[in-house]
Design a protein around this ligand. Structure first.
Ligand SMILES: [Mn+2]
Length: 373
């Protein structure tokens, strides 16, 4: 049996631009730590080879610390490592792939055409290709098949199988290409929220190692793949293992009927507890519902409280409890204010909407003579 660890889309040294600088710095270190814990797993669990399916780096910029970490971890692993550069870390002439000297057990597919390495000690052939610039419009496996179907044939590459028109620049591989090529397992990268493995585990996206934004929710990690080959027939099992320290989550909370900031705090705390979000969670919380017209929710205070989470972002999408139909024709200053702010309140843009509703709330409180701000 051959045991493979398949990773990709690590995006080391990512800017984590969605976070403030303090959290971003912590996350960059955690991303390196996730990589280290994956390599520790590889050594402790009898992994025969490591496949990295592109975007190991986030871009052309790489820190010395990260380079040292990779060289050290690949050396300690000691077994074959195959890397297929992706659209974020293409193997261009002056890229990290030419600047860094990797240990001898590391093979990098620097060409945008298909090539193959036969392992000396195992009946395994590894095929691959890399991006050489930030797009790859060709499909290097097209018209190709594995040379010796009796070996364990693997493919590692960065490609986009989602079939969207916009993705044509990211190596538009199809299931038909992979079937015709005939690898026992294709280790793919590029899709951070991976779909279920295709064709009985014959190909799979590993997903990212650590999420970097709220559109990459849930725990993340890598794939452990076991291949048993008898003659020309192989059985493949794919298991996803979590290596991410944190998880991004999104949640909506209806606050209908609430009238004070204290009520809101209590509801937020209850929601977080109920969902078992904790220290490992970065939460994007959207507040909805119809609340008292005098309530101006202090989202910044909620975010700063953090409720035991690693990071909390709050969006106020609640609506004040007012009769909007009546306000359309209301002759008083309240009606006039509503009509002025209506384009913002009904804007397609979430931020404009939030500002519009907030402005209307402040105005309502001021008119009611309440000191809410
Ligand atoms: Mn990519």
């Amino acid at each position: 049996m051959i045991k493979i660890l398949h990773t990709g889309d690590v995006h080391l040294d990512s800017a984590f631009s969605g976070l403030d600088s303090r959290h971003a710095e912590i996350r960059r270190n955690e991303l390196r730590a996730a990589f280290t814990s994956m390599m520790t797993y590889a050594r402790a669990n009898g992994i025969d080879l490591l496949l990295i399916a592109g975007d190991l780096f986030d871009g052309a910029y790489v820190t010395r610390e990260t380079v040292a970490l990779l060289v050290r971890e690949f050396e300690r692993f000691g077994k074959p490592v195959f890397i297929a550069p992706g659209n974020h870390d293409p193997a261009s002439a002056d890229s990290v792939w030419t600047r860094i000297t990797f240990p001898g057990n590391v093979h990098i597919f620097r060409e945008n055409t298909l090539s193959c390495c036969d392992l000396p000690d195992l009946p395994v052939s590894v095929y691959g290709f890399g991006f050489t610039e930030n797009s790859l419009v060709s499909v290097p496996i097209a018209e190709n098949t594995v040379a010796d179907p009796s070996r364990v044939n693997l493919l590692v590459c960065h490609c986009d199988m989602t079939g969207a028109k916009a993705s044509v620049k990211d190596c538009p591989v199809t299931a038909e290409h992979l079937d015709a090529f005939g690898a026992d397992y294709s280790a793919l990268g590029h899709i951070h929220n991976p779909p279920a493995p295709g064709h009985d585990g014959r190909w799979c996206y590993c997903g990212c190692l650590e999420a970097r934004a709220f559109d990459e929710t849930g725990p993340k990690g890598a794939c452990v793949v076991e291949i048993e080959k008898t003659g020309r027939t192989s059985a493949v099992t794919v298991k996803r293992v979590r290596f991410s320290k944190r998880r991004y989550e999104k949640c909506e909370l209806a606050l209908t009927g609430l009238s004070t900031q204290a009520d809101v705090r209590e509801a937020v705390a209850a929601c977080i507890a109920q969902n078992r979000f904790g220290e490992d969670t970065l939460l994007s919380l959207r507040l909805t519902g119809i609340v008292s017209s005098s309530l101006v929710i202090d989202t910044e205070a909620l975010e700063n409280s953090s409720f035991g989470l690693f990071f909390l972002r709050v969006e106020d999408a609640t609506l004040p409890d007012v009769d909007r139909a009546a306000l359309e024709t209301d002759p008083t200053i309240t009606g006039e204010l509503y009509r002025i702010l209506k384009p913002s309140i009904e804007s397609e843009d979430a931020r404009t909407r939030e500002v519009g509703i907030r402005a209307f709330r402040y105005a309502l409180s001021a008119l009611a003579g309440e000191k809410t701000f």
